[in-house]
Each structure stands twice: as structure tokens, then as C-alpha cells.
Design a protein around this ligand. Structure first.
Ligand SMILES: [Zn+2]
Length: 464
């Protein structure tokens, strides 16, 4: 019986028949048919596209000049928001020609952005708010609700949530996501089963990376070694949370050193929830930097949050930024969850400290800074929706990252691509993927003024 979700749609570059689409949407429940379907889809790629799925040629768009390769900038005169009008010719899934368009001929073209990259999310607990609510909005309340939810986890439930999250991300223009996953605790087996199935089902549409958000001491055990080996096969690696409160009285530096060595030995990446607190005593990042300076290892390390960096003096921050830059460690700032959780009081007191990492100062020091969406409808943050343009709309006023400047654009585009090690940096140039997000607006002002209905172009064909 053909019963499917409302997002039944053509997949990849062809208009797949309804039944095939449903097999994909319910891939986790109909596993045996997957290899056959994949082969069928690959052959679809070679067939002509239905005309209604193809954009006009050339595609006329408005584009941020700072995200245009300098070789294509000649003769372009950006408007006051740094935008230019372009005619983009596609050959299948690739951009093959980029030409300027005069303002007078086409004044209202859609502001267009590269397909998005999520550098930090939590797919396994997305959409758990209704079953694990946290009405207090506190960190302790979130942790308690999260741990209770772990006890009830099943592989099917986690897989359904992940599939829902990835459908939303895919349909709203994401091309790659790095997810932290609760592992090494109750419910881990269910989570792992769901992850392996989900990664397999989505690997031909989205680039996915898995980071285990686990107790630090796990990485000093045989179970941790085994998990690191499994994560390496998924292009991921170990993670954890380090702050002043959860490291007190613990030999955390020894465990961290073992984790880094383990990651290097198995070719893993590392991503740590680092100093996610407004407590100025939280300076775990400095311990990490000490370790990596003493023993440089061939491992890609990312730090996420960095809230307590806001308490550094300008001199301390300058020094920390220089150390991060020298070690090529990017920082992922996560404003939605930080603003929701940080400086929250049980009394009705207005928050003063917003938990935002000092993005501009880190950029000044040469650090790659990316913005991520973090939690979606879970005990840690009830909002979020895997919509990259909504994340821009939320983060721009909070961070003062101006989208008409290169340093305001890169945290949402090139920096997340760099964090994930992707081949495309999101800069438009001949030969780049025809993977774009078209808004309804013609300016950044209009984009900030109201939510945007998006058109998503993937592999040179309309996805939505
Ligand atoms: Zn997180």
C-alpha cells in the first residue's frame, strides 16, 4: 500500500516513480530493497530530466560578491549589500558559465546562496521535546530529560527521528551535516543501530559525519577503542563535553590525551563541546591546547561552543586565538542553544550573559569560525527546524555578522565546509556543483524581514 509522508518527491536528478520514492522515504523499514533501488537511481542519473525539474538556462540570480570566485568578478558592481546579478549556465549537475547581468534589466532576482553545511547538530535527539520536555529551560533540566529519554530509546524510534531530521535538512537545502550522537550511555545500542542504517540510507544524498558525544573516560576503555574504530568507518570520531563543572576531581587531561591519541591512531576526527558555560573558571580549552602543543598529532580537532571565552581579557583572547589558529582548530559557535540555556536563573531574572563565543575577536586572530544549529526541538532547545536560512536570520542580529561582508558570510558557508573537510567551499565558480538555495527575497534586508520560502536546486535540478 502506497502510504507516504507529505514530502514524497523526486530524488536526486530524476523524477522517480512514487513507489520508488516511498521505498527511499521508508528506507529503514524496507532494507532488503535498497541495493536494487540504488542501482535503479544511478541509471536514472543518465536519463534526460523531465523539463519541469530543470531551471531556465541561464539561471538568473542575485549572489553575494564575496562568495564569487575572484576570476568571475570583473565588471561587476555590487549594490549596497554586496550583491550582484548573475546569469549562471548549468551543464547537468555542474556550473559551467557565469556572466554578469545589468541591474536595469533584472532588478528583482532571488537572493541565492550555496547549499548549506551543518557543522554541529544532534540528529539522535531531534524532535524529542514532546516526550522529554524541559519546561524549566535549565541545563540540569535538559540533562535529566535527556537521560530519561535514553532509557526509553529504541533503534526504530531513533531512526525515525533521524530520518525526519534529514528529510527536513535535505528539503531545505543542506548538503552535509556533522551530528553529535549520544553514545557510551544507556540506549547506545539502539542509537548505533539507527545511525548505521540511517547513514547508509542517506549517503547518496547527504554527506554525514558522526561524532560520539560520550563520557570522556570511555575513550580510555576497550569499548571506547572499539567505538572509535567503528566511527572511523563512518568518517567520524570521538567527542565529549568538557567544562569546569564536569571535569572537577577527574583526571580529565589524561583521558583527553588518550582520546586524542586514539583518534590519531584510527584516522578519526575529534569534536568537543568545549567550555559550554558562562562560568569564567571554565578554561578546559587551554588544557586541550597545551596537550596538542606538547604532542602534535595528525588529527583534525574542532571545538564547539566556547562560551566562557567571552570572559577572557582582550590579551588572553588574543593569545588563545593565536594558539587555535596555529593548530588549525576551528570553533563552531551555536547561538540558538547557548542563548536558550546560558545565564538562566530559576528566578525570573533577565539573562545578561548570552554565552556567545567572541566570534569577531577569534576571526581577527585567524581562527576559522562556523555557525551551527545545534539542538532542534529537544530538551536542550525547543526551537530549530533544520532550515539554514532561518539560522542565518536568527544568528545575524545576535552575532553582528554582516552578510554583506566576507567575514560575515564565511561562518555560514565556507567555514562549515572547511570544518567538515568538504571539497566545495561554497564559492561560486565554473566547475562547482549546481547546488543552490534560492530565497524569495532580492536583498538581505528583505531576507531578515520575514521567513523565506525556499527553492532548492540539487545536482542541477529543482528539488523543491
Ligand atoms: Zn551540541
Amino acid at each position: 500500500m502506497l502510504i507516504g509522508p507529505p514530502w514524497v518527491r523526486p530524488i536526486k536528478r530524476g523524477a522517480a516513480p512514487l513507489a520508488l520514492t516511498l521505498v527511499f522515504d521508508q528506507a529503514l523499514r524496507i532494507r532488503p530493497s535498497m541495493p536494487h533501488c540504488r542501482h535503479w537511481l544511478r541509471t536514472m542519473d543518465l536519463q534526460p530530466q523531465p523539463r519541469h525539474l530543470l531551471p531556465p538556462q541561464p539561471l538568473q540570480i542575485r549572489w553575494p560578491l564575496a562568495l564569487l570566485d575572484p576570476r568571475h568578478r570583473r565588471g561587476l558592481d555590487p549594490d549596497g549589500e554586496g550583491l550582484v546579478n548573475l546569469a549562471v549556465t548549468l551543464d547537468g549537475a555542474t556550473v559551467t558559465r557565469i556572466e554578469p547581468l545589468p541591474w536595469t534589466v533584472t532588478p528583482h532576482l532571488p537572493l541565492t546562496l550555496p547549499a548549506a553545511v551543518e557543522p554541529h547538530c544532534h540528529l539522535d535527539k531531534a524532535f524529542t521535546w514532546s516526550q522529554a520536555p524541559n519546561p524549566s529551560g535549565t541545563i540540569s533540566g535538559a540533562l535529566e530529560a535527556n537521560l530519561q529519554e535514553h532509557k526509553r530509546r529504541s533503534a526504530a524510534a531513533v531512526a525515525d527521528r533521524m530520518n525526519r531530521a534529514l528529510q527536513a535538512a535535505w528539503r531545505q537545502g543542506y548538503r552535509a551535516l556533522r551530528s553529535h550522537l549520544d553514545l557510551g550511555r544507556a540506549g547506545s545500542q539502539a542509537t548505533w543501530e539507527a545511525v548505521t542504517h540511517t547513514w547508509d540510507a542517506w549517503s547518496d544524498r547527504l554527506q554525514l559525519q558522526a561524532i560520539a558525544l560520550a563520557p570522556l573516560e570511555l575513550w580510555s576503555t576497550t569499548a571506547g577503542v572499539r567505538l572509535a574504530r567503528q566511527l572511523a568507518r563512518l568518517g567520524g570520531g570521538p567527542g565529549g563535553a568538557l567544562n569546569h563543572h564536569n571535569t572537577q576531581g577527574s583526571p580529565w587531561l589524561e583521558h583527553l590525551a588518550r582520546m586524542l591519541r586514539l583518534a590519531a591512531d584510527h584516522g578519526c576526527i575529534v569534536d568537543l563541546h568545549m567550555d559550554e558555560t558562562c562560568d569564567p573558571r571554565s578554561r578546559c580549552l587551554e588544557g586541550l591546547l597545551d596537550l596538542l602543543e606538547q604532542d602534535p598529532l595528525p588529527v583534525s580537532v574542532t571545538v564547539s561552543h566556547g562560551c566562557s571565552l567571552a570572559h577572557h581579557t582582550p590579551e588572553q583572547l588574543h593569545r588563545t586565538a593565536a594558539r587555535l589558529a596555529a593548530l588549525h582548530i576551528p570553533l563552531v559557535s551555536l547561538p540558538t542553544t547557548n542563548l536558550w540555556l546560558q545565564d538562566r536563573s530559576s528566578s525570573r531574572r533577565t539573562p545578561r550573559l548570552r554565552g556567545l563565543a567572541p566570534i569577531h575577536e577569534l576571526q581577527d586572530g585567524g581562527v576559522t569560525v562556523a555557525i551551527g544549529g545545534d539542538n532542534v526541538a529537544d530538551p536542550w532547545f525547543p526551537g530549530g527546524n533544520f532550515n539554514p536560512v532561518e539560522l542565518w536570520r536568527f544568528a545575524i542580529p545576535i552575532t553582528h555578522l554582516h552578510p554583506w561582508e566576507q567575514r560575515g558570510l564565511t561562518p555560514f558557508t565556507s567555514a562549515p565546509a572547511q570544518v567538515l573537510g568538504l571539497s566545495w567551499d561554497g564559492v561560486l565558480r565554473n566547475g562547482c556543483p549546481a547546488d543552490l538555495i534560492l530565497t524569495e527575497a532580492s536583498s538581505w534586508q528583505a531576507t531578515l524581514a520575514r521567513p523565506q520560502r525556499l527553492r532548492v536546486l540539487r545536482n542541477g535540478a529543482w528539488l523543491t
